[in-house]
Ligand binder design. Structure first.
Ligand code: HEC
Ligand code: HEC
Ligand code: HEC
Ligand code: HEC
Ligand code: HEC
Length: 410
C-alpha cells in the first residue's frame, strides 16, 4: 500500500541518525548546511512520521499541540492565539469540503501551507497521477492547522533553534531527555525558515508581472534584510509564538507612523481648510501590507454638530494591492515599500459653522475575503456553506481603526 512506502524509506535514514547522537547536533552549521536543512525540512507533504521509539510515553509520541504543551506551556498558550493555529479555520475548511472531491490536486495544494503534515491529509498522491485514501490520516491533528510538529518534528525527531546563549548541545545526554532531546540549528533563526509558505516560487501565480505572494523577496530587498533583521525578530520577538500581523492593531502601529497637520488653528465660514494626513512605513519588513487581501483606508471628512458626515466632504486614499475576485487582473497597487509614505491632502471649503474635521486610518485585514466569500456563497458553496458563512462573518468583523482624530474648525 502506497501510504507506508515513505516511512519505510524514511526509517532506515532515521535509525542511522539515532546511532550518532550528540556529534551531529554539536558541530556548527555552515550557511549551506542550514539552507540544505531547510530544503529537506520543508519538502511537502511532510513525510509520515512513522512509528515513535518503542520506549516513548504516549505524551512524547503524540503530535498534538496540547501534548507538546504539557511540557512547553508557554509556546502552546501563544500559538493558540495565533493565526497559525487557525489555518484550518472555516474559510479554508469551507472551501476544501467540495474541492477535495472536485479537484483533489488543488485541495492537496492548499495543505502544503495550511496543514502540511502527511498525517493531516485525507488523501495522498499515488498511482498514475491518482490519489489514494491516506491510512495515517488523523482528523483531530488536521484541525490543529499549522501546529508544533510541522515546524519542529520530522520522523519523530525534534528540531529547534540554538539555545539563547547560542550553544547547540544539551547538558544531559540526549537519550536521557524527553523525546530524545533536540537537534538545534540556526536555520530556525533565518527568514528562509518562513519562506516556503510566505513566498511563491518564481514560476508561481503572478499578476501584472508580480507574484501574488512575494513577502520573502520584498524582505530581501529591504533595509531590514541588509541589517540582518529576520522575520522572527519582528514576528517572534523574545521567541514568542504569536506571529502577530495585519490583524493586530498594536503590531501595525509598531511598524507604521501616522502624522497629521492642519494649516490654521481656526476658520470662518467660507474659508477653505487644508490638512494633511501622512502614513509612513517605518518598521515593516516588506510592503505594507504584503498581501493582496488587506486594504488600508486613509480618510478625511467633515462632521456637523449632530455628528453627521457632510455630504460630498469625504476624501480618501487607499493603500493596498487590489485584484479582481477571479484573480484575472490587478486594478491598482498602492502598497508602501519600507520607508515610503502616502499623504492624503485634504482640501475643503467650509459651508457652515460648527463643523469638525475627522481624519482616520482604517485597516480592513480581510478586505478581499469579504468579497470572495460573498461571491462563493452566491455561486453555491455546497457542503461548505455553513463554514463559509462563518468565515464571512469573521472577515467582516476584523476591521479596526488604526488612527482617528477629530478637530473643531470654527
Ligand atoms: C514530557 C515532556 C515533553 C513533551 C511532551 C515535549 N517536550 Fe519538547 N522538550 C522537553 C524538554 C525537557 C526539553 C529540553 C531538552 C534539552 O534541554 O535539551 C525539550 C526541548 C524541546 C525543544 C528545544 C527547546 C530548547 O530548549 O532548546 C523543542 C523545539 C521541543 N522540545 C519541541 C517539542 C514539541 C514540538 C513537542 C510536541 C510534538 C514536544 N517538544 C513535546 C520536554 C517535552
Ligand atoms: C507551513 C507553512 C507556514 C510556515 C512555515 C510559516 N507560515 Fe506564517 N502563515 C501560514 C498560513 C497558512 C497563515 C494564514 C493562516 C490563516 O489565517 O488561515 C500564516 C499566517 C502568518 C501571519 C499572520 C498574517 C496576518 O494576516 O496577520 C504571520 C505574521 C506569519 N504567518 C508569519 C510567519 C513567520 C514569521 C514564519 C517563520 C517563522 C512563518 N509565518 C512560517 C503558513 C506558514
Ligand atoms: C504558499 C502557501 C499557501 C498556499 C498553497 C495556500 N495558502 Fe491560503 N494562506 C496562506 C497565507 C500565508 C495566508 C495568510 C495571508 C493572508 O491573509 O492572505 C493564507 C490565507 C488564507 C485564507 C484566509 C484566512 C482564513 O483562514 O480564512 C483562506 C480562506 C485561504 N488561505 C485558503 C486557501 C485555499 C482554499 C488554498 C488552496 C486552494 C490555499 N489557501 C493555499 C498561504 C497559502
Ligand atoms: C510556524 C512554525 C512554528 C510553529 C507552528 C511552532 N514553532 Fe516553536 N519555534 C519556531 C521558531 C522559528 C523558533 C525559533 C524562534 C526564534 O528564535 O526567534 C521556535 C522556538 C521554539 C522553542 C524554543 C524556545 C526557547 O525559548 O528557546 C520551543 C520550546 C518551541 N518552539 C516549541 C513549540 C511548541 C510547543 C509549539 C506548538 C504549541 C511550537 N513551537 C510551534 C517555529 C514554530
Ligand atoms: C522590521 C519588522 C518586520 C520584518 C523583518 C518582517 N515583518 Fe512581517 N510585518 C511587520 C509588521 C509591522 C506587520 C503589520 C503591517 C503589515 O501588515 O504590513 C507585518 C505583517 C506581516 C504579515 C501580515 C499580512 C500582510 O498582508 O501584511 C505577514 C504574513 C508577514 N508580516 C510575514 C512576514 C515574513 C514571512 C517576513 C520575513 C520574510 C516578515 N514578515 C518580516 C513587520 C515585519
Amino acid at each position: 500500500m502506497a501510504p507506508s512506502r515513505r516511512p519505510r524509506f524514511f526509517l532506515p535514514f532515521l535509525s542511522l541518525l539515532i546511532l550518532l547522537p550528540g556529534a551531529e547536533a554539536q558541530k556548527p552549521w555552515t550557511e549551506g548546511e542550514q539552507l540544505d536543512f531547510l530544503r529537506r525540512h520543508w519538502a511537502r507533504p511532510i513525510p509520515l512520521q512513522g512509528n515513535p521509539p518503542a520506549r516513548w510515553s504516549p505524551v512524547e509520541a503524540s503530535l498534538l499541540p496540547e501534548s507538546c504543551g504539557t511540557c512547553h506551556p508557554a509556546q502552546l498558550a501563544d500559538w493558540k492565539g495565533s493565526l497559525h493555529a487557525k489555518s484550518m479555520g472555516p474559510g479554508v475548511k469551507g472551501q476544501l469540503v467540495e474541492l477535495l472531491a472536485s479537484d483533489t490536486e488543488s485541495a492537496l495544494g492548499c495543505y502544503t501551507c495550511h496543514a502540511p503534515l502527511g498525517e493531516q491529509q485525507e488523501k495522498i498522491a499515488g498511482g498514475q497521477g491518482g490519489f489514494l485514501r491516506n491510512a495515517a490520516f488523523d482528523a483531530r491533528l488536521q484541525a490543529t492547522g499549522l501546529a508544533c510538529p510541522a515546524c519542529h518534528v520530522r520522523g519523530h525527531r525534534r528540531f529547534g533553534p540554538p539555545k539563547r546563549d547560542g550553544s547547540l548541545a544539551s547538558e544531559p545526554p540526549r537519550e536521557r531527555l524527553p523525546h530524545n532531546g533536540v537537534t538545534r540549528t540556526p536555520a530556525f533563526l533565518r527568514a528562509e525558515f518562513c519562506k516556503d509558505c510566505h513566498q511563491f516560487s518564481p514560476d508561481g501565480f503572478a499578476l501584472n508581472g508580480k507574484l501574488l505572494e512575494n513577502t520573502y523577496a520584498e524582505w530581501t530587498s529591504s533595509p531590514f534584510a541588509r541589517a540582518g533583521i529576520q522575520c522572527q525578530d519582528c514576528h517572534m520577538p523574545g521567541r514568542r509564538h504569536l506571529w502577530r500581523g495585519i490583524h493586530d492593531a498594536e503590531m501595525v502601529r509598531s511598524g507604521v507612523g501616522v502624522a497629521f497637520s492642519i494649516d490654521r488653528a481656526s476658520y470662518a465660514v467660507g474659508d477653505t481648510l487644508e490638512a494633511r494626513l501622512t502614513v509612513t512605513s517605518r518598521k515593516v519588513g516588506h510592503y505594507f501590507p504584503t498581501y493582496v487581501t488587506p486594504r488600508v483606508v486613509v480618510s478625511g471628512e467633515l462632521v456637523d454638530r449632530s455628528g453627521r458626515v457632510v455630504a460630498g466632504s469625504r476624501q480618501e486614499q487607499i493603500i493596498g494591492r487590489e485584484v479582481t475576485l477571479d484573480l484575472a487582473r490587478e486594478l491598482f497597487d498602492t502598497r508602501l515599500a519600507p520607508g515610503e509614505s502616502v499623504t492624503l491632502r485634504y482640501r475643503q471649503r467650509l459651508s457652515s459653522a460648527g463643523l469638525r474635521l475627522r481624519v482616520a486610518v482604517t485597516v480592513h485585514p480581510d478586505h478581499f475575503y469579504v468579497g470572495f466569500f460573498e461571491a462563493l456563497l452566491a455561486a453555491g458553496a455546497g457542503k461548505g456553506t455553513p463554514q463559509v458563512r462563518e468565515a464571512l462573518r469573521a472577515a467582516r468583523s476584523s476591521s479596526f481603526t488604526l488612527y482617528v482624530n477629530e478637530v473643531p474648525l470654527t
